[in-house]
Design a protein around this ligand. Structure first.
Ligand code: C5P
Length: 224
């Protein structure tokens, strides 16, 4: 059995994919299943943490967890930021939409009979992870993810290093995604970087095994 090495800590985990509405029946979404975030929430709870799961669209059960359900990136920002005020650790495992439609149509968007194309205007969503890291609140440990498509390990690490420096999180968990790997899969492989982009750990296996490896690094980062 795992040690209860997160006892006394409040851990906020975001999971799943946000959905950005276009009209009452359509959205822009992504393939995130929420498996990694839910595995992190379960692992943290078993290691003694009080856990809040901020869940966008997830495809796995969240029974037994304290869940705040959200739909869009903006809703996730509100939920995570308010939970973070009293948290010790925030782990942004969610796949948050970087952009949302500029306007949401009140009525279902109709197909124009004589027009072949449709242009959507998108606007940028707030970067929740970057905002939390920029707070620099003492005692708050901030963990982010970088899901990247890259041809090889070096290219993946290069993207990861740039993102680590840009986001400023205490830990950035880098993994490869593609048409078949990453989102939705049961197994994963990650490289963990510090805020300077240096490699601090690697892990592979089930998303639960990787969750525990991430939490090991979180424990190592905690002020003592
Ligand atoms: O910039 P990118 O989307 O690749 O960054 C991924 C990391 O940033 C993830 O941890 C994700 O949860 C977080 N993120 C966020 N707010 C956004 C976009 C991504 O917190 N608007």
């Amino acid at each position: 059995p795992r040690p209860r090495d997160l006892a006394g800590l409040h851990v906020v985990v975001s999971a799943g994919g946000t959905r950005e509405p276009l009209d009452p029946v359509r959205f822009l979404g992504n393939r995130s299943s929420g498996k990694q975030g839910v595995a992190l929430a379960r692992a943290a709870a078993e290691r003694g943490a009080r856990v809040t799961l901020v869940a966008a669209h997830v495809e796995v059960p969240t029974d037994g967890l304290a869940v705040t359900a959200v739909e869009t990136a903006s809703e996730m920002a509100l939920a995570v930021e308010s939970a973070a005020e009293v948290a010790d650790v925030v782990i942004m495992a969610a796949a948050v939409a970087d952009y949302r439609p500029e306007t949401v149509s009140e009525a279902k968007i109709k197909k124009e009979q004589d027009v072949d194309g449709l242009t959507l205007r998108l606007v940028k969503n707030p970067d929740i992870l970057r905002g939390l890291a920029a707070l620099g609140r003492p005692g708050l440990t901030v963990v982010g993810f970088a899901a990247e498509t890259a041809p090889d390990r070096e290219a993946l690490l290069e993207l990861g290093r740039a993102k680590a420096r840009r986001k400023g999180a205490d830990l950035l968990v880098v993994n490869a995604v593609g048409w078949t790997a990453g989102f939705g899969a049961d197994d994963t492989a990650v490289v963990m970087l510090d805020a300077d982009g240096g490699i601090v750990a690697e892990a592979d296996g089930s998303k639960r095994v990787v969750a525990d490896a991430i939490l090991d690094r979180v424990v190592a980062l905690r002020p003592r």
